[in-house]
Every structure is written in structure tokens, then in C-alpha cells.
Design a protein around this ligand. Structure first.
Ligand code: AMP
Length: 432
């Protein structure tokens, strides 16, 4: 390697890590718009932003997400830190958020449910393809400490509204809904499901491997014959308690009253073990196999799995930012990116750069997004940059203008040009 000063230089620029996309302009603006729409919907619902570390002790995810899930078995980025602790980059956000709430003793706090919103990156070692990456971003909401079915309806509704606010048309969205009952309903159902699976010859290896620990995962299997096999399987919804059934009926009633188009899907189990009762998924048209833009459900047993001595129920969703951008791009409903700046200062003589910097700084101080020409470029070249930046107006700063204490302002849309006093610049250039 050739050194640059005392630093060794790479022979070529490294490739991005597989499955870890970069977001650069203009695409990053679409990403921000989607993430912003999700977070704004959460804010309107009274959900407050939380931040938790990007890594947790491995057992948090192993226990919460479930040892028998694909996420834990194959997809976690797990490493030992220098203190010998096993840590894992978050493959999803809920487990860490619930862990944080328990660490802070939130279940003992007065006003439940607490409502949290989160935005950040998650990491799963998956096989990358369109809409499936190893590094991806989610917005979550989590409502902790209530059993009320009205809260389930609110959460499901907010997810729908968040996707709509991001720009997905209602006709492009499907909402699948199911109930997974309570943890106590599972053992009896597992027996029934296992008895059925025992009648099937040549179960695929992934189903066989997990049949005794968690036969529910058979519903997730992507093995070719399995959707056919599972079409005849006994359904969990038929084996849940009366109280879980009544809870589900109330959620359905509330969502139908809100006019949400529900698709009842008794085979929807989702890939994480912690779900109980209400379980749902939002799908968007045109995304092919990776069509889930978000999903969620109740996780009434999660706090106990994470060592909290008492029941502390919760419900939430996660919406995928990357995949929603993809869905919007596919349906041609991506909003146009907003211009990079409103005003561009063309520096007509290099010795006026300092003067130009003072001017842009004053404009920025007044809330006007402003940029200026660099590198002593020609006036013509700077106009091109201004145009590409989407500036509505160009301010020309030349020796003549400076001598007379004025600025020339050109409206790029109309071509109209006028002079203003330098002292009036911020007042004249604020606003459209
Ligand atoms: P999950 O945590 O698996 O319920 O996923 C929630 C949402 O996150 C999904 O509906 C996707 O929109 C998004 N998502 C999950 N895994 C990935 C991935 N590997 N790449 C991109 N988006 C993902």
C-alpha cells in the first residue's frame, strides 16, 4: 500500500457491505419523508420518542424473539465485546424498548399505558434481495401497560394512518389480522398441531427441527409444499380462550367501525415468538415476495420472559422505512424532493467570498436555506449549480453591487431581475 503522509492508502475504495444500503440524495429525502410521516403519526397519537442502544445483551433477543425463530437461529449479528460479554445488534426494536422500560421500573409508574415511538436501524443476516436487507430501518410504536382492546384498535389504526400519511394509497394496502391467543392457550394447541404435522410425510427439515419446540413456526416455512400442507392444519384461532376470543371480536368491531378493510388471516403467525392475541401485518401491492411493509401485535408475556415478576402487557408495530420507500417508488407516488436551497448567492469575484459568506450566514439566520458558489467558478457555472440546487432566487454579488451597497436578485422561474438594498436582504429574501 502506498502511504499518504503517514497513513496507508487502500488500493481501491471498498465495496459497501452486502445488504447494507447507503441512502444519498435525492433518495435520502424520500427516506426522511417516510420516516417523518411515520413519526408524525406516532406523535399525533401521543407516542413519545425513545432511544435505546443499538446493541443489547444477546439473551434479550434470544429469549424475547424466541430461540426457535429464524431471526435468532440464523440472522443475529452477535459478537463478544472486549469485556467478554455476548452482545447482539438489534434485529428488531421491541425487545430492547421493553427491556428499557423494565430497567426504569415503568410498570410501577402511575400513568399507564406509556406510549413510546422509536426510529432507527435494525440488523439481520438475511439473504439480500429487493426489499430485504441486512441493515434496514424501522419506525415502531409501543404501548405498554394496558389490556384494553381499544388500544389494540388504536395501534392498528395508527399503523394504517402512518402508511397513508407516507403516501401509500389505500387501494395499494392490505391489512391482515389474526389472534394468537394467550401463552396459556399454546400447549394444548401445540399438541393438536403436532398431531396433524405427524400425519404429514417428509416434513421439510426446518419444520421437523422446530416441530417439538415450536410447531407454530411451520406456518412461516417457505419450503415449497408447506403452504399446501398448512392450508389443512388446525388453526390456533379455534383453540384460544373465550376471553381472547372476546378481545379479538371487540378489536375487529372497532376497526370495522373505523372502516378499515380487514383481511382475516388465521394463518398469520409472524416470525417472532413473543406475539399474543392481536397480530397484524400491512402489505403493499407491487413489492413481490417481500410485500410486508409493517406489522405488529400484542406481546402480553414479553415482560415476564424478560424477567419481570409480574404480567405487564404491551402492543406495538414496526413499519419498514426502506420497504415503504420501495413501495412508493413502485407505485409512482413518491413526493418530489424539496429543493436543496431557496436562495443561491453567486460570487461574481473571488475577493468577495468573505462578503458572500456574511450574506448567506445572515440569510440562514433568518431561516432561509441558502448556499453560495465555491472554488472561484465562473458566474455561468454558479448559475448552473443554483439551478440544480432548486433555488428559486439567485443573488448576484459583484464589485459594482458591493460598491453601491445593493444586491441583484434574479427570480429563476420568471427570469425577472431587480436590485435591492444590501441592508434589506434578509427582509426581502425571507418567504417565497
Ligand atoms: P418484523 O420486525 O419482521 O415484523 O418486520 C417489520 C417490518 O420491518 C417489515 O414489515 C419490513 O417492512 C421491515 N423489515 C423487516 N426485515 C427487513 C429486512 N431484512 N429488510 C428490509 N426491511 C425489513
Amino acid at each position: 500500500m502506498r502511504p499518504l503522509g503517514s497513513i496507508a492508502v487502500m488500493p481501491s475504495t471498498p465495496d459497501p457491505v452486502k445488504g447494507a444500503p447507503d441512502w444519498l440524495p435525492p433518495d435520502s429525502a424520500a427516506f426522511d419523508a417516510v420516516e417523518g410521516a411515520f413519526l408524525e403519526t406516532a406523535r399525533l397519537g401521543g407516542y413519545e420518542r425513545v432511544r435505546t442502544p443499538v446493541f443489547e445483551h444477546t439473551e434479550v433477543f434470544a429469549r424475547a424473539v424466541g430461540e426457535s425463530t429464524d431471526v435468532v437461529q440464523k440472522e443475529m449479528y452477535t459478537f463478544a465485546d472486549k469485556g467478554g460479554r455476548s452482545l447482539t445488534l438489534r434485529p428488531e426494536a421491541t425487545a430492547g424498548i421493553v427491556r428499557a422500560a423494565l430497567s426504569a421500573g415503568v410498570p410501577r409508574s402511575g400513568s399507564l399505558p406509556v406510549k413510546y415511538a422509536y426510529a432507527g436501524d435494525c440488523f439481520r443476516y438475511e439473504r439480500p434481495q429487493a426489499g430485504r436487507q441486512r441493515s434496514f430501518s424501522q419506525v415502531d410504536i409501543e404501548a405498554l401497560g394496558s389490556d384494553d382492546p381499544v388500544l389494540d384498535a388504536e395501534v392498528v389504526l395508527l399503523g394504517w394512518e402512518a402508511l397513508r400519511r407516507a403516501g401509500l394509497p389505500a387501494q395499494a394496502l392490505t391489512l391482515r389480522l389474526n389472534t394468537l391467543g394467550d401463552p396459556e392457550d399454546r400447549p394444548a394447541y401445540h399438541q393438536v398441531l403436532n398431531a396433524y404435522l405427524d400425519t404429514v410425510d417428509d416434513l421439510p427439515p426446518d419444520v421437523q427441527a422446530r416441530q417439538r419446540t415450536n410447531p407454530l413456526r411451520a406456518f412461516d416455512s417457505k419450503a415449497p409444499r408447506m403452504s399446501e400442507v398448512m392450508a389443512d392444519a388446525p388453526l390456533l384461532a379455534d383453540h384460544v380462550s373465550e376471553s381472547a376470543k372476546a378481545h379479538h371480536a371487540r378489536v375487529v368491531e372497532l376497526l370495522e367501525a373505523e372502516g378499515l378493510p380487514l383481511t382475516h388471516d388465521p394463518r398469520l403467525v409472524r416470525g417472532l415468538d413473543y406475539y399474543t392475541r392481536t397480530t397484524f401485518e400491512y402489505q403493499a401491492a407491487g413489492l413481490g415476495a417481500q410485500n410486508a411493509v409493517g406489522g405488529g401485535g400484542r406481546y402480553d408475556g414479553l415482560a415476564q420472559v424478560l424477567g419481570w415478576g409480574e404480567r405487564f402487557p404491551g402492543i406495538g408495530w414496526a413499519l419498514g422505512v426502506d420497504r415503504t420507500v420501495l413501495a412508493l417508488t413502485g407505485s409512482g407516488t413518491l413526493p418530489p424532493p424539496r429543493p436543496r436551497v431557496a436562495v443561491f448567492v453567486v460570487v461574481a469575484a473571488p475577493e468577495l467570498a468573505g462578503e458572500a459568506l456574511s450574506l448567506v450566514s445572515a440569510l440562514r439566520g433568518a431561516g432561509v436555506a441558502t448556499d453560495l458558489g465555491f472554488d472561484g467558478r465562473s458566474v455561468k457555472a454558479q448559475f448552473k449549480v443554483a439551478d440544480r440546487a432548486g433555488a428559486a432566487r439567485v443573488v448576484i454579488l459583484g464589485p459594482d453591487e458591493v460598491a453601491r451597497g445593493v444586491l441583484t436578485v434574479k427570480d429563476l422561474a420568471t427570469g425577472e431581475q431587480r436590485e435591492i438594498a444590501r441592508t434589506d436582504a434578509t427582509r426581502e429574501l425571507v418567504g417565497p
